[in-house]
Design a protein around this ligand. Structure first.
Ligand code: BGC
Ligand code: NOJ
Length: 814
């Protein structure tokens, strides 16, 4: 069953039924001002940091009821009926409801009692505000007298405090209303230099800023007393819960259309110019007023929307493909790339599953995210890399997360996840391959943000690598620390106290438990670092990385091989995890995927065996599960992985983040059919027809699909903010389609299904447009390439040296 359809030409997903299984969301904003918006206008907005600069309020964990939003109500002055064109919060029976989620904007509209209304929500580029363009059309034969109400509920900035500290919060709220603009200024009197504003393009028929005045006593957002009565009360909030509500009266002849612009924004004043007149308590509005005036002009709003469209055309235009598979095309060309930008912007902080309060930017997460967005935003990737590296500790280890606003490592979570440092090498390597910007390696970057500790970025990579060499366990494999990629494999935790954090509790000295996954990652990162060193002319250093990687490879083959697959780890007792000897958790996806991805066992048949075992024991029709058999009870020595019931999350769920490791591993074995088959099993577009089972948005990946041990096998959760976005994009584009950035040029090595006659693609790479046409002449993966008709040796296309800005690449597969 479907709840909408893809409109690929417009790069939109059109939801035609408001009561989707879960709120189906989109993101507004792509620079500093952001919002989340659901298909029924739920969601919230914030400036830079979802926790520390929250602008509007949202009520968590009552999904599928999604409360707190950008709500518009219409009221017919004659019949006194009122409704919300976005369905929520009034939930009337609407005609022609449609929510179009597009690239950085969402339009929600419907018809009710002959009145058509549509609102386009978006954030203009380079501005800290959002626009709601409401278009109302009278489809009746008679004149219509309508009141339109637009409303938001302000959050008191710190979203954590807002949700907990009522004894204080109910006394701090303050607003000003001037020239019809509502200014939310809670705490502006003291240390905040910022405020929010909410404005309307039309002369208002009333406003409200106190929630209780707007809603009426004991009422919810579904039936505000003022909307029911048809008149706002011009309330001024003192304490309690400041909101913003505007009322506009519209008179429409039959067939007539009117547009109203509402705008909500964030503004920071210079510290010494906060008040006007100086010494007063009145917000100085001189700097913000021109911005407000500009965007209340509908033509300016339209122009801003066009700019936003062109921005996305530009980003998505960097790689476009045409294959025989619609789901591949749609995800690669539109939605997967778009999701990669969202994970770049948000890391794991703000979605419907991430409250925006709990987590900052993850060190490992953000480095991996680079794989998916670096080609679209190289300058911002550079900045992100330098920010991440600045949170690295002098030991080479890393804070697990940092807050985007302060850019400092998050002490609450700390560090000690022993895979973390290697992801910096992976991220930097992806950046170098894409951009060829070697200067980044010479950038001075501090450790732990400590002034005076600056060292070239390259030095950080060296320390990352050394970090593992200094932390080897009894078998010579890397010690796992708090956990590796699998945050829930807590082998040093041994927690038996309810509620204790698995992320920060340690009851063991950490000198025994080892990770085969980190070992595979170390081999991979070591070879990437060796290639970087070679490029810098550091041949001896490169050789030492290669030899350490080779040494680790033999340790893996000796102590990390279980006979038919790669082991997962050794626990604190030195016992095997992910072995046929185990009662549960006999085989895991991560070590098998990453070791093969790193090229381990390709020569002696172990890689092929590991992939066969993965297929046999872990693959399901909905994707590949983390491990089998699932843990049936809590194991003190394993930690959080066994706190989930079987089939969920890390306990044998289908973790869509790691499925691409298997896809890439299969391409390394030359198995295009298998790789693409795995790709399709979790491709959200390919799952659209089973939306009633899948339940999450069919246009973006979810972190997890319930595994075969779960009663809800096939049901997705945690959509949007997941490493799944980057890794799937990377797997399909760079390994299956095989169009990949390398240090020496654009490499082309497709491993596609046998049934595909080929594909065409356009890739803009280091300023040159490559028009690529791949044609299949035989069933294998051997490729013969030509550039503008001239044969190329090997499969790396050297950058044209004669100034050509567009070249045509033909590849014959046989
Ligand atoms: C989740 C992990 C997540 C970790 C860190 C765990 O509860 O299962 O997926 O990485 O929390 O927040
Ligand atoms: C989600 C976390 O963000 C990521 O860092 C981790 O690797 C996976 N969960 C697996 O635990």
């Amino acid at each position: 069953m479907k709840f909408g359809y893809f409109d690929d030409r417009n790069r939109e997903y059109v939801i035609t039924q408001p009561d989707t299984p879960l709120p189906w969301i989109n993101y507004l904003g792509c620079q500093a001002y952001f919002g989340i918006i659901s298909n029924t206008a739920g969601g919230y907005s914030f400036y830079r940091d979802a926790r520390l600069r929250r602008i509007t309020r949202y009520r968590y964990n009552n999904v599928p009821l999604d409360f707190g939003g950008r709500y518009i109500y219409l009221r017919d002055e004659e019949s006194k009926q009122f409704w919300s064109p976005s369905w929520q919060p009034t939930r009337n029976d609407l005609k022609n409801y449609a929510c179009r989620h597009g690239m950085g904007y969402t339009t929600i509209g419907s018809e009710y009692s002959g009145i058509e209304a549509r609102t386009r929500y978006f954030v203009p580029l380079d501005e800290n505000l959002e626009i709601w363009q409401l278009t109302v059309t009278n489809r009746r034969a008679a004149r219509a007298h309508i009141s339109a109400f637009a409303s938001i509920e302000f959050c008191l900035w710190d979203a954590q405090d807002d949700a907990t500290n009522f004894q204080r919060n109910f006394n701090t709220g303050q607003v000003e209303v001037e020239d019809g603009v509502i200014y939310h200024k809670t705490e502006y009197r003291e240390r905040r230099d910022h405020f929010a504003w909410f404005a309307c393009s039309e002369p208002g028929a009333g406003f409200d800023t106190q929630r209780e005045a707007f809603l009426g006593r004991n009422r919810g957002w579904d039936r505000p007393a003022t909307v029911e009565a048809g008149q706002l009360t011009n309330s001024i909030a003192h304490g309690w819960s400041p909101i913003g509500a505007h009322q506009v009266k519209i008179d429409l002849a039959p067939g007539e259309t009117r547009q109203i612009v509402f705008a909500l924004g964030y503004h920071e004043n210079p510290k010494d110019q906060k008040f006007d007149p100086p010494g007063s308590q009145i917000i100085n509005k001189k700097l913000v007023k021109p911005v407000i005036a500009k965007y209340l002009d509908a033509s300016q709003a339209d122009a801003a929307f066009e700019r936003l469209r062109r921005y996305w055309d530009g980003l998505l235009g960097i790689f476009q493909v045409d294959t025989p598979d619609i789901h591949t095309n749609r995800m690669v060309n539109i939605w997967n790339a778009y999701q990669c930008m969202a994970t770049f912007n948000m890391s794991r902080s703000a979605s419907f599953y991430e409250s925006g309060i709990g987590r900052g930017l993850g060190f490992r997460d953000s480095n991996q995210d680079l794989l998916g967005f670096v080609h679209m935003a190289p300058k911002r990737a550079r900045e992100r890399i330098l920010d991440l590296a600045a949170t690295q500790l002098p030991t080479g280890g890393a804070y697990h997360q940092y807050q985007p606003l302060t850019k400092r490592g998050n002490n609450d979570i700390g560090g000690g996840f022993n895979d973390d440092p290697h992801w910096l090498i992976v991220g930097v390597s992806a950046y170098l391959k894409e951009t060829g910007d070697w200067s980044i390696l010479d950038e001075p970057v501090p450790y732990d943000n400590e002034p005076g500790s600056e060292a070239p970025l390259y030095n950080h990579l060296q320390r990352s690598f050394r970090y593992t060499l200094e932390r080897l366990g009894p078998h010579g494999l890397p010690l796992i620390g708090r956990a590796d990629w699998n945050d829930c494999l807590n082998l040093n935790c041994f927690s038996d106290t309810p509620g204790q954090s698995f992320q920060t509790t340690t009851n063991k000295d950490g000198k025994v438990a080892e990770s085969v996954f980190i070992a595979g990652l170390f081999v991979h990162a070591g070879r990437e670092l060796a290639a970087i060193a070679t490029h810098r002319g550091l041949n001896a250093e490169a050789a030492s990385y290669r030899s350490e990687a080779a040494k680790m490879e033999s340790v893996i083959l000796e102590h990390g091989w279980d006979g038919e697959w790669f082991l997962r780890a050794y626990d604190d007792f030195g016992a095997k995890i992910g072995s046929k000897e185990c009662e549960e958790g006999k085989i895991f996806i991560e070590s098998n995927g990453f070791c093969v991805l790193a090229g381990i066992g390709l020569e002696d048949g172990k890689a092929a065996k590991a992939m066969e075992a993965t297929r046999k024991h872990l693959a399901t029709e909905h994707g590949i599960v983390v491990q089998q058999p699932a843990y049936s009870r809590y194991y003190l020595n394993l930690g959080e992985i066994s706190s989930y019931p079987p089939g969920y999350k890390e306990n044998a769920g289908i973790f869509c983040h790691v499925n691409p490791w298997i896809m890439i591993a299969e391409t390394r074995l030359g198995h295009g059919d298998l790789a693409h088959d795995y790709y399709t099993r979790i491709n959200p577009s390919a799952r659209e027809e089973i939306s009633d089972l899948h339940r999450c948005e069919p246009y973006v990946y979810a972190q997890m699909i319930a595994g075969k041990d779960a009663p809800s096998f096939g049901e997705a959760k945690n959509s949007w903010l997941t490493g799944t976005a980057a890794w799937n994009y990377y797997a399909i584009v760079q390994w299956i389609l095989g169009v990949r950035a390398s240090l020496d040029g654009l490499e082309i090595a497709p491993v596609i299904p046998k049934s595909w006659p080929g594909f065409t693609a356009t890739r803009i790479f280091r300023g040159v447009t490559y028009k690529i046409a791949i044609e299949r002449k035989g069933e294998g993966n051997r490729i013969a390439l030509t550039m503008d008709g001239a044969p190329i040796e090997g499969n790396v296309v050297p950058p044209p040296t004669d100034g050509r800005k567009e070249v045509s690449i033909k590849g014959i597969l046989s």
